[in-house]
Write a protein that binds this ligand. Structure first.
Ligand SMILES: NC(=O)c1ccc[n+]([C@@H]2O[C@H](COP(=O)([O-])OP(=O)(O)OC[C@H]3O[C@@H](n4cnc5c(N)ncnc54)[C@H](O)[C@@H]3O)[C@@H](O)[C@H]2O)c1
Length: 361
């Protein structure tokens, strides 16, 4: 049979990128639900990843986001050593306007129809309270509230894991994991960023922050009176003289041609997903001598938490697992050095190898 490279299935399964296992389009006319569930891989176990609720400009954008995010989860889960493959769902629409209990229940039924091949959780636009509703129709739901058998807010462990990744970066770069006396810039002090600031100050770092929400900046500055400096925006933050570490903790795409060219820090380690704006940025960073701790390696604390929820959540067990992000990050830097590739490429290779080996088992 001739290979089809431009049909609707080609687009849906991303056959040019190795392909996704399953893409499910869901509609519930009564509630107005329109969702895409993308399962990239179940080689390592049931696909695990959150539900993004977002007002996409086009349906194509929604499908593309689901596919990209699902693929990213395969790599993140493989690298975190979880018995889960990668998947992600998007619900199309403005959550402020269209999110209803009826719609979330319909979404729960859609996820349940997959019989456990996909396990859902929170993401941008969905919260613990939403997952409590989804869970009424679907047993394969994590990110629920503690009152409903869940683990609650995952940002505490995400920040802890990012801090471990940053300590490993400091160890690799300066031969000492402590951040004492280092200047760290945190862009985005929301749920994860403000916890990261706590860890950094406790370790003796000098911290500079920024956020588009004045309220978020004020909250952190007031909490740590006189110990945190705030700058106007991310452009000012990344150009701060004497900056040692840049921690992107807002949205994706923080590392692009422009930002990499002016970045004063020699280490990048932060919580944001998809920090590299396009392929090749990882090489630009390496060429400038900037050590990049791959985002999905260091921000896995959250998914470690929701995966644990499947077996009865235990905070200390999860914290111990998230502590291992320190060693994993160091291993990736060592592999990268040995293979002469940027750390992002080394991480991808290790994750792909794990999936391939599991696929053959
Ligand atoms: N919450 C988790 O457990 C978790 C896990 C893994 C990855 N992440 C990723 O980490 C990042 C932060 O997540 P969060 O849960 O803290 O989200 P959040 O929405 O609570 O915080 C993000 C913060 O970034 C700020 N921001 C947005 N655009 C900005 C800009 N251009 N410049 C400066 N600040 C800006 C927002 O005002 C907000 O305060 C996201 O990319 C998320 O995907 C989060």
């Amino acid at each position: 049979m001739t290979e089809v490279t431009d049909g609707v299935l080609h687009t849906l399964f991303r056959t040019d990128q190795g392909g996704h296992e399953q893409v499910v389009l869901c509609q519930d006319r009564a509630s107005g639900l329109k969702a895409v569930i993308a399962i990239h891989s179940t080689a390592l176990g049931p696909a695990l990843g959150g539900t993004r609720f977002y007002p996409y400009a086009t349906e194509e954008d929604a499908v593309a986001d689901a596919l990209n995010l699902a693929r990213g989860m395969s790599y993140k889960n493989a690298m975190a050593g979880l018995g889960h493959g990668g998947g992600k769902a998007v619900i199309i629409g403005d959550p402020e306007r269209v999110k209803t209990e009826e719609l979330l229940l319909a979404y729960g039924r859609a996820v349940a129809s997959l019989g456990g091949r996909y396990v859902t959780a929170c993401d941008v636009g969905t919260y613990v309270t939403d997952m409590d509703i989804v869970a009424r129709e679907c047993e394969w739901t994590t990110g629920r509230s503690p009152a409903n058998g869940g683990a609650g807010d995952s940002s505490v462990l995400t920040a802890f894991g990012v801090f471990q990744g940053m300590r490993a970066s400091a160890q690799h770069r300066w031969g000492d994991p402590s951040l004492r006396g280092r200047t760290v810039g945190v862009a985005g002090v929301g749920k994860v960023g403000h916890h990261l600031v706590d860890h950094l100050l406790a370790d003796g770092a000098d911290v500079v922050i920024t956020d588009v929400r004045e309220e978020s900046v004020r909250r952190v500055v007031e909490r740590h009176a006189g110990r945190v400096a705030a700058v106007a925006d991310t452009d000012a933050l990344i150009a701060t003289p004497g900056l040692d570490v840049y921690a992107p903790c807002a949205l994706g795409g923080a590392l692009n041609d422009e930002s990499v060219a002016v970045l004063t820090a020699s280490v990048v380690c932060g919580a944001a997903n998809n920090q590299l704006a396009h392929p090749g940025v990882e090489k630009d960073l390496a060429d400038r001598g900037i050590l990049y701790a791959p985002d999905y390696v260091v921000n896995a604390g959250g998914v470690i938490q929701v995966a644990d929820e499947r077996h009865g959540f235990d905070f200390e067990r999860c914290k111990a697992k998230a502590s291992r992000i320190f060693d994993t990050t160091l291993d990736i830097f060592a592999h990268a050095k040995e293979a002469g590739v940027p750390p992002a490429a080394a991480a991808d290779r290790i994750a792909e190898q794990r999936m391939a080996e599991a696929g053959r088992a």
